[in-house]
Design a protein around this ligand. Sequence first.
Ligand code: HEM
Length: 448
Amino acid sequence: MATRFPALARLKKGRETWKQIKWTWLPESNREAGDSVVRNFLLHWFPAKVTRQSLSWNYSFWLGTISAVLFFILIVTGIPLMFLYVPSVERAYLSVKDLEFKVSFGWFLRGLHRVSAHLMVAAVFLHMVRVFLAGAYKNGTAANQNRQLNWIIGVALLLFTLLLSFTGYLLPCDQLAYWAITVGTNIASSAPLVGEKMRFFLLGGHTIDQNTLIRFYVLHCFFLPMGVLLLFSYHMWRVRKDGGLACVDQLSLEQKKEGAQPIKSKTYSLLGITSGRTVHVETSIIDEDKHTVASSPNLTRRLLVATLATLAVAALLTILFHAPLEEAANPSVTPNPAKAPWYFLWLQELVTDTTFTIAGITINGAFIGGILLPGVLVLAAIVWPYLDKSSVRAVGVWMATERRKQNIVFLIVVAAILILTIVGTYLRGPYWNFYWPWQSWPTIPRHF
Ligand code: HEM
């Protein structure tokens, strides 16, 4: 047959090869599903089985995954951008202009990179909000869990994400970039004692020039992405070590109430019993048939959907909202108002709101709004998981009654940040005066 119909034989061989490639992704039996995570390098990162609850779309909203996908879009679009962008004050703006108007699909590449950066800031923030409201920084009953540490790694990831976006903001070297970075670094300079030194360190001098550009460029293209990559790898490893998402702990609590015992046939259960109640012991209490499914294809399929949906939304926004490119940076023409990047506008707003004079003494708003309050917020975020004394019944539960007061305080802070961001973005005009969206701004002479 093979010799009489060689084309048919080749087709059959091709089909066999295709089957060999895809079987780990589309296993046809439980045994194949188990085997696939052992044999496939990429699938090896996942546990063999996951609980249905952690796969649910409306528990985690997959915001962590969406943040990770956006980070990978940034890397994939950032690499070709590095070949086209020139980090020199004389040529940076022109190279971005070339990208916009000369390079084929350069506008799309730049736009997708920019949109993904903005979306990543928003997604990481929302992911943090969901983790807090679900009490997912708390440990269950298993030994060696350390979700508090993973939360702190998360806080570092949020700060790195903000810095990554901030350093990228300067690179086009247009007016928007120049003045946003000027405002941003001016806020940093208001810290007592070290403020000026911090600004000098950030800018590599007293003004934004070649030293600043190369500093921001190296941080943006190498050190910060490497930092995010390392922190993210540890973040994911910890999720595995902590027994999966926090909702799994509720499942094992329920099963324990029903009197279930760890499945002793599992060797890791025995190891766990000798070294305390490890997550392996706790999760082996869960009735696998009832509550878990194989990672391949259940988790992988959802990952694919989340990835494609994120990519589609980012691409659509890129097409709908063209990335801005203003005139080339000009230190002698100050825009009025000069605004920081949108995710720092709540700080800029705080700076103005906390600057006032009592009995002839002017209170330095830049210090209170720009350094003190954000510093206190970051510190509070770091220690909060250690101060939260709610019981294990509140682990991984959305808006648990026991944590109601904490959630209200947290939501007030989140709402304040959002309101200040909206005011700073849409309702502030020349001289930082307040204008409703329907009010037109007065014509201000340009400042030279
Ligand atoms: C670059 C930024 C980040 C990425 C890519 C990322 C990614 C992820 C992913 C993929 C998960 C698994 C489940 C999920 O999708 O929710 C996760 C879980 C988690 N993340 Fe993040 N994350 C980031 C930032 C943060 C931040 C800012 C925080 C909090 C301050 C945080 C705290 C946590 C915690 C505590 C878990 C475990 C949640 C649970 O057990 O239910 N992460 N993260």
